[in-house]
Design a protein around this ligand. Sequence first.
Ligand code: EPZ
Length: 422
Amino acid sequence: MDRIGVVGGVALQGEIAIAGAKNAALKLMVASLLSDAPLVLENMPSVADVGALTSVLEELGVRVTRDADVPGRMCLHAESITSTTAPYDLVRKMRASVLVFGPLLARCGKAKVSLPGGCAIGTRPVDLHILGLEALGARIHLEEGYLLGEAPGGLKGARIDFPMVSVGATEHVMMAATLAQGTTELHNVAQEPEILDLAECLNAMGARITGAGGPVIRIDGIEGLGAATHRVVPDRIETGTYIMAAAATDGEIELLETNLDHLGAEVCALTKAGVEIAETNRGILAKRANGRLSAVDLETQPFPGFATDLQAQFMALMAMAQGESHIDETIFENRFMHVPELMRMGADIQVHGGSAIVKGVERLHGAPVMATDLRASVCLVLAALAAEGETIVNRVYHLDRGYERLVDKLAACGARIERLAD
Ligand code: EPZ
């Protein structure tokens, strides 16, 4: 298994082009199942999760091609669905594959999809996805670890009030409802920019969706969707991560091809902590305002609140800030796995359930550390970039799932970082 070696202490200087958002790209790929015409996606990130989902879609009969001449361009053509079963071996590699269930039901009237199971950051059930699809008239039951669904007469529009906000359930039910008979109204939905992006792509394919990006989404079902070309929204989590890399190392990085509007709560917290974030005519410039960072309290929330996907990276900053920071993780029950690893680098952190108290130290020190999930891994890379001495981050495959060319992008800004093959 590959590892990453980092020698810390270099102030990063340079520019980084931000990729398309992984968490938008995956759902956009799934949307291709809803139409027998081609869907062309531009600005697709080159990350392992996209490869894993490609295998799932190919299993169902989708033709997936990359354009060798245009980086980031992918064509998905589900002219005919040859199988309505997504097997365990493929789904377990990437949880978002479960989202093929609703589109298969909507288009083919039946689907059999493995339940993805829990993962390192929490149990992550799919009860809200099932609640929404059942409300659209699907009959769903669980058999031997598989979700089995039928909607022989097609799905029917309905009003659905989600008891809690879920990104995946919102996207799943929104996609399925595009082909339902009649109107669907989804209340208490997630408002992440990736949801608006998905709705815009579906509308370009001919769907009739309004309200995405707000708390209520209305979908007027139609018989079939058509062809479209859509550009994936920039990755706000990658953007936030590199803003924090500049801050952690007391460097200065300009981020290109991104959008600051998607980072409201994060910019607020980072500014309070002493990070200067300014719009330039090409993107965003990030650096420390002056001297050491200050401790800031934080609570993760659904968008527009502070993103859980940036909590670990922010904790790496707080570990070296002046003062004591209280960090509450409210989205996932087990998303502090980076804490023991940061402590091996000299951080002073106490965890009580979903809350962490971080007492900033003057300096972190390099150490061998183990990554447990995507964002925990990148938090360790940030800590390593700022630490004294050498850090080896093990289990790099987590990073490959969601960060495109991380080592190259950081090295281009002067980081002493390399990938070490075993
Ligand atoms: C998406 O996961 C993202 N994944 C996650 O990104 C992100 O952390 C999360 O949204 C929150 O922003 C993708 O987009 C592929 P949820 P998702 O449904 O859709 C509970 C990353 O690092 N819940 O909004 O699975 C759930 O357990 C990651 O890129 C139910 O109880 O998140 C969690 O506590 C990891 N029942 C909360 O809701 C359900 O049916 C929010 O989950 C569904 C969710």
